[in-house]
Design a protein around this ligand. Structure first.
Ligand SMILES: CC(C)(COP(=O)(O)OP(=O)(O)OC[C@H]1O[C@@H](n2cnc3c(N)ncnc32)[C@H](O)[C@@H]1OP(=O)(O)O)[C@@H](O)C(=O)NCCC(=O)NCCS
Length: 171
C-alpha cells in the first residue's frame, strides 16, 4: 500500500470510497459534493503536490491510499482560513472491503507528517456523537483526537456536530 496525492486516475475510486458509506455515514448529497471538491482540487495540477493553494499558502490537499490502481481510502485536509495553522480533515473514508487493516492510520500518518512539516498547530475533524459514528469516533480517539465541542442539531434535528481535535505541535 502507498499513500500518494490524489490524481485524476484516482477520482472514481476515491468517490467510490465515499459512496460506499452513503446512507450510513455520509448523506447522499455528500457523495456529489466530494466529487465536486476532488474535481476542483484536480483541475489545475493533476494532483501534483498541494492541490488547493492561495498564493504561496497551501490551503488543502487530498491523499489516497492505493494498492496498484485500486483506491483503498482517502483523507484530506483544508486550512481554516481565519485561524493560525489550524486544519480540518476532509473526506475521510476507507472502502468497506479494506477497513480495519490500518489504511486509515496510514493516511493519518501521512497527513500528520505533512501538516507538522508546514508548522501545523491544531487539527480537527467533524462527526456526530450518535451511535452510528461509534466506529469513526473510536478511530479518531485511537489517533489521539478528543471530543472538544458539541454543536446541537448541526447535521439534522437530533443529530449534533461533535468536534474532535488534536494538537500536533506539542502545545
Ligand atoms: C473510520 C475509518 C476511516 C477507519 O479507517 P480504517 O482503515 O478502518 O482504520 P484503521 O484500520 O487504520 O484503524 C485504526 C484504529 O482505529 C480504531 N478503529 C477503526 N475503526 C474502528 C471501528 N469500526 N470500531 C472500533 N475501533 C475502530 C481501532 O483502534 C483501530 O486499530 P486496530 O484495528 O488495531 O484495533 C473507516 O472505518 C471508514 O471509512 N468509515 C466510514 C466513513 C467515516 O465514518 N468517515 C469519517 C466521517 S467523520
Amino acid at each position: 500500500m502507498q499513500v500518494v496525492d490524489m490524481k485524476k486516475s484516482h477520482l472514481e475510486g476515491a468517490v467510490e470510497t465515499v459512496r460506499a458509506h452513503s446512507g450510513e455515514f455520509f448523506y447522499e448529497k455528500e457523495v456529489e459534493a466530494a466529487r465536486a471538491r476532488f474535481e476542483t482540487m484536480l483541475m489545475d495540477r493533476d494532483g501534483a503536490g498541494p492541490v488547493v493553494s492561495c498564493g504561496d499558502v497551501t490551503m488543502g490537499r487530498q491523499l489516497v491510499a492505493v494498492e496498484g490502481d485500486r483506491v483503498l481510502g482517502t483523507m484530506g485536509y483544508l486550512a481554516e482560513a481565519g485561524a493560525r495553522d489550524a486544519y480540518r480533515l476532509s473526506y475521510v473514508a476507507v472502502h468497506p472491503d479494506a477497513t480495519r487493516k490500518g489504511v486509515g492510520r496510514r493516511l493519518w500518518q501521512a497527513v500528520l507528517e505533512d501538516l507538522k512539516a508546514r508548522g501545523g498547530r491544531l487539527v480537527h475533524t467533524w462527526t456526530s456523537p450518535l451511535p452510528y459514528t461509534a466506529g469513526p469516533r473510536a478511530f479518531y480517539e485511537s489517533l489521539g483526537f478528543k471530543c472538544v465541542a458539541i454543536v446541537p442539531n448541526h447535521w439534522d434535528d437530533g443529530d449534533d456536530l461533535a468536534i474532535f481535535a488534536i494538537r500536533i505541535d506539542g502545545g
